[in-house]
Design a protein. Structure first.
Length: 178
């Protein structure tokens, strides 16, 4: 049972085009130009929002992709880690994909997490996909991917006080209790 999580950063600003020489809309955070793309996106949005998406692949099947992008990766990561810290209290939790029509939520059931995605809740209500992942596997992989994202964000990116950055950093201290 292989779960893989990769954070991607927007490399495209509608008014200006691509932020780097790479002509791809998103770059994985381990790409050499990802930091430059992230800083340009932050500059564009007053250092508050960091657009991108979290790719989630399980058993070699892509579950989350660029279609489930968010205008703020900080907000989305905060939601995921907050839920992992509180899943004993909250059975189901909506994950924010800022400015995306898709709805994503995590639900705890016995020893598994159910990840439920409704890509087009208004247009095609039958387009609901569910992925079932053992809790420990999901928690371990998510925490590892979150730590990679934090390292990326702390690598010199400049965030405004109004961004979710401080809230995300505060959650870092709670990782050991998950």
């Amino acid at each position: 049972m292989t779960l893989k999580i990769v954070s991607y950063i927007s490399n495209y600003i509608p008014e200006f085009g691509y932020s780097t020489a790479e002509e791809r809309e998103f770059l994985p955070i381990n790409h050499p130009d990802a930091k430059r793309a992230a800083q340009k996106a932050l500059d564009y949005d007053n250092h508050i929002y960091l657009p991108g998406y979290i790719e989630m692949t399980y058993e070699d099947k892509v579950f989350l992709s660029s279609s489930e992008g968010t205008e703020d990766m900080l907000f989305t990561w905060w939601d995921i880690i907050w839920y992992l810290h509180h899943f004993d209290e909250e059975i189901e939790y909506d994950i924010t994909l800022l400015d995306n029509i898709a709805t994503l939520f995590i639900m705890k059931k016995e020893t598994d997490f159910y990840i439920v995605l409704d890509s087009y809740p208004i247009e095609a209500p039958q387009n609901i996909r569910t992925m079932v992942i053992p809790q420990r596997n999901f928690i371990d992989v998510m925490i590892s991917a979150f730590k990679e994202f934090l390292i990326f964000c702390k690598s010199g990116l400049i965030f405004n006080e109004e961004s979710q950055f401080k809230s995300v950093i505060e959650l870092e201290g709670k990782l050991n209790s998950i």
